[in-house]
Design a protein around this ligand. Structure first.
Ligand SMILES: [Zn+2]
Length: 270
């Protein structure tokens, strides 16, 4: 599933090819994505010039004078640049055709992705409840302390909730909690300010590192399969249940927490 770093890598990959370009057509081959592609979208975007491409959580926003095309990659979506006359495959659902002769193509075998519209000056309902960006100055230790106060929920599902902070997917939650020395099942409201400060730092580090590694694959966005090689990074705990801890050599434990695979070191994480 594309996580925040992959979405940010996609944003950086497509940006130089679409920014400043005029949209000459929108081709929708399959409107039945997670939510239907708005019927009027083609009318709204054709002839408009793209002034920027930004990201909010895992949504990409292709910003036009009248509003933004909001793209979510769902479980299996990817975006890449093709020549606008390149024949579409079975899973190539949407093309944003540009005046450069290229098209931004959305491929999504499982169709959990979405292509929506946010009119200028309004905030789409799906973006309204989102917590701060983890790499922004809004995500601070003081903020996390305030959100955690009095909460009995385990810290791992708590930080994976996009209303608390966006973009902390399962891999990153596992890795950040290991880095901060916090047991994934510890109640969110029962962690000292000092340790929450460390957790904020670790979340920033794991996400920034993943984005940096994604940057090495940017060339794949033109004519490639649009899938950056983001799983090559060194992981301390995720996927390593039963193996020795890199710090203390204890055997890492693997449990299910909120239906998600959770790996931790019983010695290093309290
Ligand atoms: Zn350990």
């Amino acid at each position: 599933m594309p996580e925040l770093p992959e979405v940010e890598t996609t944003r950086r990959g497509i940006e130089p090819h679409i920014e400043g370009r005029m949209i000459t057509a929108l081709t929708v081959r399959q409107p039945k994505l997670r939510w239907p592609v708005p019927e009027q979208l083609s009318e709204w975007v054709t002839g408009a010039r793209i002034h920027s491409v930004t990201r909010r959580g895992k949504y990409l926003l292709i910003n036009l004078p009248g509003g933004s095309v909001m793209i979510h990659l769902g479980m299996s979506g990817s975006l890449y640049m093709v020549s606008s006359d390149q024949p579409a495959g079975y899973h190539d659902h949407v093309d944003l055709v540009l005046d450069s002769g290229m098209a931004l193509r959305l491929t999504d075998p499982r169709r959990f992705g979405s292509v929506l519209w946010q009119p200028a000056g309004q905030q789409h309902l799906l973006l309204e409840a989102l917590g701060p960006e983890p790499l922004s100055s809004d995500f601070t230790a003081a903020y996390l302390q305030q959100r955690c106060a009095g909460r009995k929920q385990a810290i791992k599902p708590f930080i994976m909730n996009s209303q608390v902070v966006v973009g902390v997917g399962n891999i990153y939650a596992n890795e950040a909690l290991f880095g901060a020395g916090i047991h994934p099942k510890r109640a969110a409201g029962n962690i000292s300010a000092e340790r929450l400060t460390r957790l904020v730092e670790e979340i920033r580090i794991v996400l920034a590192r993943a984005i940096e590694q994604g940057g090495t694959t940017l060339k794949d966005f033109v004519g490639g399969d649009g899938k950056p090689g983001y799983f090559k990074q060194q992981l301390n705990v995720y996927g390593r249940g039963g193996e020795p801890c890199h710090h203390c050599k204890s055997t890492l434990k693997e449990i299910r927490l909120g239906q998600r695979s959770t790996v931790y070191c019983p010695e290093c994480q309290r």
